[in-house]
Design a protein around this ligand. Structure first.
Ligand SMILES: [Zn+2]
Length: 881
């Protein structure tokens, strides 16, 4: 394990390497406990580099067995090898030579799940960001592009399947029951995209014909017996390939494309060239075992990894500071794909909810960092919501600012100009400037300034001159390392709504820049004046959530209710409703904390009822509106002095009031929405189930009875309805007989299916209140629980710490104490996983003083531990700073 060296890496320090590695040959002799890797590198010193410059290669826990240059074994004086570094001096004068390095690794004991490891008897690799150096010594950095040829040899009975990147070139039988395969990838790539998979797996195959008529063989490899559950992933893959041709003009470039699902995986999936390796959670689905959310997740992740082939693989990052260049852009592309496959508005609202739930708190806390960070201690800790989700928002804003045609022109130029490059954010911005003639230098601040900008908005309507004025003031709070901030270029999409939501078209706009339906805010404070407005309008601002900002606007409750009823843009419509509800939920939470009862006025209840029964709105949208802000949404709105118990009280009071007021009509709708015909994982079916399951929760509250949920659980013919019913039982009826009965039935039926059992662990980890901690402790001793498996650990420990507001953030601090102990245990096995889980405590300073002090003590306990991994050390110190 890499313990912390305290070394900080800076963007400004980037320097190209002294040497190039145009070709890499890898020869793997696979054995579970003793795998021998022989790497043959064609090395070339760059022009202008001194002849005595040493070659320094990266390693991590490596054991060197043999080292040769041009076939000659190196003497002991010619090199220094430690587990994490190999330095060679006295290199051939002309600077061009062949370096052969033999190392030995143990895939079985590798529980960090980076480098080469075994998962359920399958050999697999994970190299991003710095896992390749756990396989062999190398210049392990993204700008070191090399053409790879890989030979894999293994026991045929143990590993009939031998896969690597690129196209298959050769295979054959050896003596002693062993066999081999050779793969060649003609596209130069960085080491983080290398992959190898060997094992005994089942497969489904299909083909895809590209726009230019090339024939691609597709394979998805899964555990034997699970092949039918990979059919949806295959369908999503083919749709992704077609979509990237249609929308971005990008065609696939190898003869084969393989996806392998493994059950032990730190991330969601990995875009290795031609050989994607997936967490099986994002491959396997059928109606009986997967929810609508799982189906949507599979579609999105399959698309995401496939789209990386162009944005990430063909054009990669110069250094890890540029991570958002591939991730933000590819997230944007997968969002657009899902929007085209499903309902665009519903998809966008889900994105906004996700951004606010994960990225906004990151931006507001001690772990805040720019979309492109300028320094890091451990790159694994920067696979964050800011780099991914906010990175995607930045790309979306470029499209909003330039319009779709110039955006596409810029993207085409990016592919044309940088294909085969390791590029930077500056390169990316430049293509859009060149394609459009616009100056995007102020806009580029979005990559450099951390924090969520706030827009304070005031309005003024003058009936006499028929003029409507909007004044916007932007502000951005200090974040770690950035005390003063510059004004940004923020695109605010808008409409001015008259009676019944009719859009009023201004005759002209004066003041700041307005183009079409976009206000371009560029100064700290700007006025925009619209003439020819015949009635006082209600402004609909930030349509489509056109920028990742918060709004402080002087809209009245009745303006917000008007927007919630009439706005033609469903995103702002949902946003207005949320703002109305949040105002009530936060003020009630303060009342409950002060010992007073929550108050609910009839207008909110009436509004939610109207939306619930408005048949002109699609069911998925209605379900989103009826799912009132979550406990953590309310906590985020409050921002400080948070008491999770008071928040729960406030939220439950609103749910009860709405449930009681509409119980009869909700029951009728619940019955009408019952699924007719067989399950289809499409958007329409998912929307109906989502709405019906929200109603189930309201009805269970209104009826104070578990009967309806228990019946739905028993009769459900799909996992979406079954899991939703189980969730209601655990959330609303805790340790009741009905709940325990359902949990037992679920375990009896799905005990052999790890992905389904993850749901069983999650639902129990989320039980509100003080009982949850004992439940979690008890579940850690369950025969199916293991800290070795990231999915299972995330299901129990992750759900508890990041999802269970009242159970985890207990006033007595026992939740934090337990968490600190558990993090220290996980850190010894899998530092990346431990560090990721620990970010659940990033908002600790926003709690009320008693919880805050308990949280600080637990974080300090972790920080005091000696021998912490670099990953956890980095997170805990930044969180406490
Ligand atoms: Zn990605």
């Amino acid at each position: 394990m890499r313990t912390d060296t305290g070394q900080v890496f800076h963007l400004e320090d980037y320097k190209p390497t002294d040497f190039l590695i145009p070709e890499t040959h890898l020869d793997f002799c696979l054995r579970p406990e003793r795998t021998v890797v022989r790497s043959t590198l064609q090395i070339k010193r760059r022009n202008g580099v001194a002849a005595d410059a040493p070659l320094i290669l990266d390693g991590d826990e490596l054991k060197l067995v043999d080292i040769r240059i041009d076939g000659t074994v190196l003497g002991d004086n010619a090199y220094v090898a430690t587990p994490d570094r190999l330095e060679i001096r006295g290199l051939p004068e002309n600077g061009t030579f062949t370096l052969e390095i033999t190392t030995e690794v143990n895939p079985t004991t590798n529980r960090q799940l980076t480098g080469l490891y075994r998962s359920s008897d399958v050999y697999c690799t994970q190299c991003e960001a710095e896992g390749f150096r756990r396989i062999t010594y190398f210049l392990d950095r993204p700008d070191m592009l090399s053409v790879y040829t890989v030979r894999i040899e293994a026991e045929r009975s143990e590993a009939p399947l031998l896969l690597s990147n690129g196209n298959p070139k050769d295979k054959g039988t050896l003596t002693n029951g062993r066999h081999f395969a050779v793969w060649h990838d003609p596209h130069p790539k960085p080491a983080y995209l290398f992959a190898l998979v060997a094992g005994d797996l089942g497969v489904i195959t299909d083909t895809f014909t590209t726009a230019s008529g090339r024939h691609i063989d597709l394979g998805i490899y899964v555990e034997h017996g699970k092949e039918p559950r990979a059919l949806y992933a295959m369908d999503a893959l083919k749709r992704s390939m077609k979509w990237d041709e249609d929308v971005f003009g990008r065609e696939y470039d190898l003869d084969v494309f393989n996806v392998v699902a493994v059950s032990d995986f730190n991330m969601g999936a990995m875009e290795n060239k031609g050989l994607n390796v997936f967490n099986d959670k994002y491959v396997l689905a059928d109606p009986d075992t997967a929810t609508d959310t799982d189906y949507a997740g599979i579609e999105a992740v399959i698309a995401h990894e496939y789209f990386h082939n162009w944005t990430g693989n063909r054009i990669t990052c110069r250094d890890w500071f540029q991570l958002c260049l591939k991730e933000g852009l590819t997230v944007y592309r997968d969002h657009e794909f899902s929007a085209d496959m499903r309902s665009r508005a519903v998809k966008r609202i889900a994105e906004v909810k996700g951004l606010k739930a994960h990225q906004f708190p990151e931006d507001a806390g001690p772990l805040a960092h720019p979309v492109r960070p300028r320094q890091f201690r451990e790159i694994n800790n920067f696979y964050t919501s800011t780099v991914y989700e906010k990175g995607s928002e930045v790309v979306r804003m470029i499209r909003t600012i330039l319009g779709p045609d110039l955006f596409r022109k810029g993207m085409d130029l990016y592919f044309e100009r940088h294909d085969g490059d390791a590029a930077t954010i500056e390169d990316f911005i430049k293509v859009f400037e060149d394609a459009s003639g616009e100056d995007l230098s102020q806009f580029a601040l979005w990559y450099d300034q951390a924090g969520t900008p706030n827009l304070a908005i005031t309005y003024d309507y003058d009936q006499a001159t028929k003029t409507f004025e909007i004044e916007i003031e932007q502000s951005l709070k200090p974040t770690p390392g950035q005390t003063s901030k510059k004004p940004m270029h923020i695109p605010v999409q808008f409409a001015l709504l008259g009676a019944k939501g009719r859009e009023l078209k201004p005759r002209s706009a004066k003041g700041g820049l307005v183009k079409g339906d976009v206000i371009h805010l560029r100064k700290r404070k700007e006025r925009f004046s619209f003439s020819g407005i015949s009635e006082r309008p209600v402004p609909s601002l930030l349509r489509g959530f056109s920028a990742p900002v918060t709004l402080t606007s002087e809209l009245t409750r009745s303006d917000l209710a008007f927007l919630a009823r009439n706005d033609g843009d469903e995103v702002t419509r949902w946003q207005a409703l949320t703002q109305l509800l949040n105002a009530k939920l936060t003020s009630n939470s303060k009342r409950v904390r002060g010992g007073k009862p929550a108050t609910i006025e009839n207008s909110s209840i009436k509004l939610l009822g109207e939306i619930a029964f408005n048949a002109t709105l699609d069911e998925a949208f209605r379900a989103l509106c009826l799912s009132i802000p979550s406990e953590s949404d309310i906590a985020r709105e409050l921002g400080a002095n948070i008491d999770p118990d008071a928040i729960l009280g406030s939220r439950d009071a609103l749910i009860s009031a709405v449930a009681e007021a509409h119980a009869e009509k909700f029951a009728q709708a619940y019955n009408e929405l019952e699924q007719k015909g067989s399950f289809k994982p499409d958007a329409a079916g998912a929307g109906r189930r989502a709405l019906r399951n929200v109603l189930l929760d309201y009805l269970s509250v209104a009826e104070s009875s578990s009967k309806r949920a228990a019946a739905q659980f028993k009769n459900a013919d799909n996992m979406t309805d079954r899991a939703a019913a189980l969730g209601v039982l655990v959330q609303r009826f805790g340790d009741s007989e009905a709940t325990n009965h359902a949990l037992q039935a679920f375990e009896a039926r799905f005990g052999n299916d790890p992905l389904v059992m993850d749901k069983w662990f999650v639902v129990q980890a989320m039980q509100p209140g003080n009982g949850a901690l004992d439940k979690v402790r008890e579940l850690m001793t369950h025969k199916l629980f293991s800290l070795d498996n990231p999915n299972r650990t995330r299901a129990l420990i992750g759900a508890f710490s990041s999802g269970n507001q009242t159970g985890f953030n207990r006033a007595d601090g026992r939740g934090y104490k337990f968490f600190a102990e558990t993090i220290l245990t996980i850190d010894k096995k899998n530092p990346q996983l431990a560090a990721r889980l620990l970010t659940a405590m990033r908002s600790w300073r926003s709690f009320e003083p008693v919880r805050r002090e308990h949280a600080r003590e637990s974080l300090a306990t972790i920080a005091m531990e000696t021998g912490l991994s670099a990953d956890v050390r980095d997170i805990v110190e930044r969180t406490l700073a």
